[in-house]
Design a protein around this ligand. Structure first.
Ligand code: SAH
Length: 260
């Protein structure tokens, strides 16, 4: 019997944010491998399954174990929060597999199951901040040299991308978000809208709408994504919006019968 490996996205937190494909795959899985806190988020779906949990920073070990289980013939799922291919485990899993000599012809199938990433989950909670060009940048310099991250921040700020900052801050990494703010302030107004969203779609979700000048004064943790608007983004009536650029304000006002 041949095993299979599903690299499965669980979304930001709530079970209803899983796709139908992810649910079906979990239902038929024999073994589920993942970071303990993420396994906790999908605990009701793990009843009766073999579960292999591990701690933070044990990504390589998790991937190796999942690949070993799948290669031994088990229907194996390796989970990641958000989307498994966005700062997730999919890349590492393929590296481990390819190094072990796996190829699509070798009998074991590998599938990537996409999901809702923090960027679109957080965007949905604050309105429509991503309706124009945007990029994501991780501020974690554990695996990426800081000068590379700084170069990308500069380019994004300069090019007026709406920018989602992943891994903005941890108890030990506090300097990066301050530098990011400084870089953006050299290209955008201090009043540029910013959304600080923590634990989106989890029980303790927190949402703050603020601006570029004040964003570092907000509580920012490892569970936070920071969305920095572009030069046209605005906050009004409790929602953050980046206009798509359809027509002018006059045309929209006329269509809605509004007077401005
Ligand atoms: N694969 C994940 C990202 C993993 S990197 C995804 O696609 O979402 C971890 C970072 O993602 C966190 O530091 C935080 O910036 C962001 N993140 C993950 N889940 C989040 C959530 N529920 N709310 C806000 N940000 C989240």
């Amino acid at each position: 019997m041949t095993g299979c490996l599903s690299l499965l996205s669980i979304g930001p937190g709530a079970l209803e944010q899983l796709t139908q494909q992810a649910l079906t795959t979990l239902q038929t899985a024999e073994v589920v491998v993942g970071y303990k806190s993420y396994l906790q988020l999908i605990a009701p779906l793990l009843v009766g399954k073999e579960v292999v949990g591990s701690g933070m920073r044990q990504e390589v070990q998790r991937c190796t174990e999942a690949c070993r289980l799948a290669l031994s013939g088990r229907r194996t799922v390796l989970i990641s929060s958000g989307d498994v291919g966005i700062y997730g485990m999919a890349g590492l899993a393929f590296e481990v597999l390819l190094q072990s000599g796996w190829s699509p012809e070798s009998g074991m199938s590998v599938q990537v199951i996409p999901g809702i990433s923090a960027v679109n989950a957080c965007a949905a909670l604050v309105g429509a901040p991503l309706t124009h060009d945007f990029c994501t940048i991780s501020l974690s310099d554990l695996l990426t040299p800081w000068p590379v991250i700084e170069k990308r921040l500069l380019a994004a700020a300069q090019a007026d991308f709406v920018t989602a900052l992943y891994n903005p801050k941890s108890s030990k990494r506090t300097r990066q978000i301050e530098t990011a703010q400084r870089i953006f302030l050299s290209y955008r107004l201090p009043t540029t809208p910013v959304a600080v969203v923590t634990a989106a779609f989890r029980d303790d979700a927190r949402i703050t709408l603020t601006d570029l000048a004040r964003m570092t004064a907000q509580e920012i943790t490892m569970e936070t994504t920071v969305l920095i608007g572009n030069s046209s983004s605005f906050i009004h009536a409790g929602v953050m919006v980046t206009p798509r650029g359809y027509g002018t304000k006059y045309e929209i006002a006329a269509a809605t019968g509004e007077r401005k």
